[in-house]
Design a protein. Sequence first.
Length: 361
Amino acid sequence: MSTTNPTLDPEKAQRFAARTGQQLAAAMNCYLSYVGCDLGFYDTIRDLGPSTSTQLAAATGCHERWIREWLRHQACNGQLEYEQDSDQFSLTPEATAVLCDEDSPFYFASGFTAFAALRSAVDRLPSTFRTGLGMRYDEHGPGCACGIEKLNNYIPRFELVSSILPQLDGVVERLQAGANVADVGCGAGIALLNMARAFPKSTFVGYEISSHALARARNNLESWALPNVSICDAREMPLPNNRSIDFVTTFDVVHDSPYPERLIADIYAALRPEGSWLCSDIRSFPNFADNLADNPSAALMYGFSVMVCLSSAMSEPDGRGLGTLGFNIEVAQQMTADAGFSQFRKLEYENAINSYYEIRP
């Protein structure tokens, strides 16, 4: 059977090349924005107001010539504003919210920290593609845990207790009276600590296997000094299987697990018959065509999956490999039903990244 090579369209090729150049510029910007975060450039510009390279250098103790080139790059990239007459650079209120304000729902700068921490993963990817074996979270180093902690801060700090928990059937009342709570895959413990502060009569235990995340969680617990919280290395002290837990939470955990069926079964074995599991995971459609057409975050999420989430989910030779977009609502319903759970409800609350499910035995 003969084949015909399609004729190259020069205009389409030019547009494709231009788009590729934009993607290369975006990759460079991630690293240079990370430098700006790490050296405090954005925060200093916010505090100083419109600044020249000389003023920013004096305020940060860094070399003016390097700062000048960085400022020009940032202005060309649209992250800083430039005033030609004064040769000053500044942040808009919107850029300040995204790059500086960790209390803002728009804060996203810690994504640069997480991205920069993935540099070592790039060298591993050719081998990973050949062998199928990914990287555990700890292999990315402490920067990845730090970046992810700050990236996921807003919801547990400002929405979890006030907006999400009240949507669960009877959970707030149980927490107010005194309940046993387990946060599985607790990360740096931000959700755990915020719940524990809101419900002092309940007992909260965080379970985690990442050494870097455990270190951050224990440091955060020491700072918060809450007596009703403990942090456990799940490899040494796993989730109990005696049906003694009233409430379990997981926040973006299941899709990362090499053995999600085992994780879900462990949660089922830990929960009281009348208990509840709040499961937050990444919003996605059940099929790729819909993600391609209608998921505006799909490119970011698939990229993050190859670098981090799928890598974690394939970090064991027989890992399931769900990946960032792999625990969609259909998969979640089927896997939890297979483990013995009889009730599954999607909460009305959701955001641009996550869906939230109430799952009960």
